[in-house]
Design a protein around this ligand. Structure first.
Ligand code: URA
Ligand code: SF4
Length: 231
């Protein structure tokens, strides 16, 4: 990662709006020349779950919003089936501009754009990051095979990362679709686990008082109790 790249300059008052403004005029990689609209991302700025796709497609490039085409409808369905609302999560991509003909994003494009993603993650600070597709997974878990590890959460730099299949890939293949639904259904439990404050160890019970210690003083008896003694 180039530490000198402008998108990596730490901002003392960074914000999602500032990032979005920078992204919309960004020229850090060649994708800037072919985009119609850059797609910074959208959703709950305090989301516990951040979904990270690969890059905008045709519809996203037209609208400047992530996951609004067929893959987006399926993503909405997946979230709903897991009891999650789209407006509760934050959705973005590893590259914010559409690769021509929807080709895979190139390593140098992912690298050029990574500063924006890191800043978004720092601000939102989600308990769980779910990557969508292998290129997004590769940013967090390099060298893994998605078909081997999809759906399995792991800790990456103190955050829970769940690699998921890309909705566009899962949409038309029944076996993958079933796997994707199953992986999404586990997200709420993974989020619960990741957001729960670890319960502190119960404090060790104090050692029993030695027998020789001062005895508990006899309880003074009130008048009523004295009378009761004769009942
Ligand atoms: N596919 C992606 O990876 N991202 C989008 O935003 C849309 C489709
Ligand atoms: Fe900038 Fe990212 Fe767009 Fe490349 S893909 S021009 S780095 S915003």
């Amino acid at each position: 990662m180039d530490p000198e790249s402008p998108s990596n300059i730490p901002h003392s008052r960074d914000s999602l709006d500032l990032i979005a403004r920078e992204v919309r005029t960004c020229q850090l990689c060649p994708l800037s020349r072919t985009r119609t609209h850059a797609v910074p991302g959208e959703g709950n700025p305090k989301a516990d779950l951040m979904l990270i796709g690969e890059g905008p497609g045709y519809n996203e490039d037209k609208q400047g919003r992530p996951f609004v085409g067929a893959a987006g409808s399926f993503l909405n369905e997946l979230l709903k089936s897991a009891g999650l609302k789209r407006e509760d999560v934050y959705i973005t991509n590893v590259v914010k501009c559409r690769p021509p003909q929807n080709r895979d994003p190139l390593p140098n494009e992912i690298q050029a754009c990574n500063g924006y993603l890191q800043r978004q993650m720092k601000l939102i600070d989600p308990a769980v990051v779910a990557t969508l597709g292998r290129h997004s997974m590769g940013v967090f878990i390099p060298g893994e095979r998605i078909m081997r590890v999809h759906g399995q959460p792991r800790e990456v730099n103190g955050r829970t990362v769940v690699p998921l299949l890309h909705p566009a890939a899962a949409l038309h293949q029944p076996a993958l679709k079933a796997a994707e639904l199953e992986d999404f259904s586990r997200l709420p439990a993974i989020m619960k686990e990741a957001t729960s404050v670890p319960t502190p160890e119960p404090e060790a019970a104090p050692p029993p008082a030695p027998a020789t210690e001062v005895e508990e003083p006899e309880r003074p008896q009130g008048k009523l109790e004295q009378l009761r003694m004769f009942e």
